[in-house]
Ligand binder design. Structure first.
Ligand code: FAD
Length: 319
């Protein structure tokens, strides 16, 4: 029997898959701020919670478009995360009692490592990105980005930046200046772990999802790694060496987290010198970014196409 602390996507997915346990959460409803974007292959996302599909990703350095990644088929779903998580919570076992496995799934409230506050606005009546497209807008003033995602008729617009405690005024200004206005109908913020320390077991219990540090520092993507880690642990618990098996199964996620941590540190160093990491990227890099597939191979491919840019990137990484 397992006790799960925290019933976001990770905790509720774990309970559903494990089937033997119960969960506690200090919020009666799941209402956390989010961009609500997941790659289409994210397990346990049912079609009825998908409110938009995304095929095109555009990247801007404020008003200058610097790249685009486009796919023939949808690459992301935008989901109604609250309804999706609530449905998983409702389907999960709920009776309490004695337990022999503790699982911490409290997201950024339990994670270790540097956190920032990220906010999202729902905006009505604003200029939308092109059909099935999302926009990422990087500013030169701080490391972080704004996003503009469709969300079932409204826009989900948000942002988060290193060193900015309250991004609300920044996102407000972004809506006015970049989007050209719109009616803000809801504002919500939450912490996000940007420099996570990955801890899969802390001596007291297992950790999954963002509580384990399984969130990607450059993109802020935490839903898919959370659900994948929940499934990995649920399955590992029925093996002879659960921790070893769990560690083995989430190794690719951990590798990507660690690589993105290095790139984020690099972005900070470049920003201190007035530069932007995005300027060194090309469409191939942006694709790997979207596919959470950034690796040394990405940089080698860049080296072949843009030797000067890649050499600067690799030199900065090694410094
Ligand atoms: C503004 C914003 C936008 C984001 N956009 C995206 C996005 O578009 N796509 C994406 O993949 N990720 C995004 N993320 C990250 C993503 O929201 C999280 O990484 C993801 O939800 C992690 O899931 P989780 O289940 O591990 O934790 P959470 O979703 O944080 O759930 C944790 C749950 O635990 C509960 N809890 C915490 N501590 C305790 C405790 N001590 N006792 C009881 N209950 C507790 C909380 O109430 C909560 O319900 C975004 C984050 C923010 C803040």
């Amino acid at each position: 029997m397992a006790k799960v602390v925290g019933l976001g996507p990770s905790g509720s997915a774990f309970l559903l898959r494990h089937g033997r346990g119960f969960g506690v959460d200090f919020s009666r409803r799941y209402v956390k701020a989010c961009g609500e974007a997941v790659p289409v292959e994210t397990p346990m996302v049912e079609a009825r919670y998908v409110v938009d599909k995304v095929r095109t990703f555009r990247f801007f350095l404020w008003d200058r478009e610097v790249g685009e990644a486009s796919y023939t088929k949808p690459r992301w779903y935008i989901v109604d995360k609250e309804r999706w998580v609530e449905s998983m919570r409702a389907g999960a076992p709920s009776a309490g009692g004695p337990y022999d496995v503790l699982v911490k799934a409290g997201g950024p409230y339990q994670s270790m490592g540097e956190k920032i506050t990220v906010v999202r606005f729902y905006v009505e009546g604003a200029r939308r990105p092109a059909n099935e497209a999302v926009d990422f807008v990087f500013s030169r003033d701080a490391v972080g980005f704004y996003w503009v995602f469709p969300h079932g008729g409204v826009l989900n617009v948000g942002g988060g930046f290193l060193g900015v405690d309250n991004p609300v005024p920044h996102v407000k200004k972004f809506v006015e200046k970049w989007l050209g206005g719109g009616r803000v109908v809801d504002v919500r913020g939450a912490p996000l772990t940007v420099m996570p320390r990955v801890v899969l077991h802390d001596g007291e219990g297992f950790r999954i999802g963002e509580a384990a540090g399984l969130v990607y520092p450059l993109t802020g993507e935490g839903i898919r790694p959370g659900v994948l880690s929940a499934i990995a642990l649920a399955e590992a618990l029925s093996t002879k060496k659960p921790l070893e098996e769990y560690r083995r199964r989430v190794a690719p996620i951990v590798k990507q987290v660690e690589f993105q941590k290095k790139l984020l540190s690099l972005a900070v160093r470049m920003s201190e010198r007035g530069g932007a990491l995005l300027e060194l990227a090309d469409d191939g890099v942006l694709r790997d970014y979207i596919e959470e597939n950034l690796s040394a191979r990405t940089l080698l491919a860049l080296l072949a196409k843009k030797p000067a840019a890649a050499a600067r990137l690799i030199a900065a990484l090694l410094r």
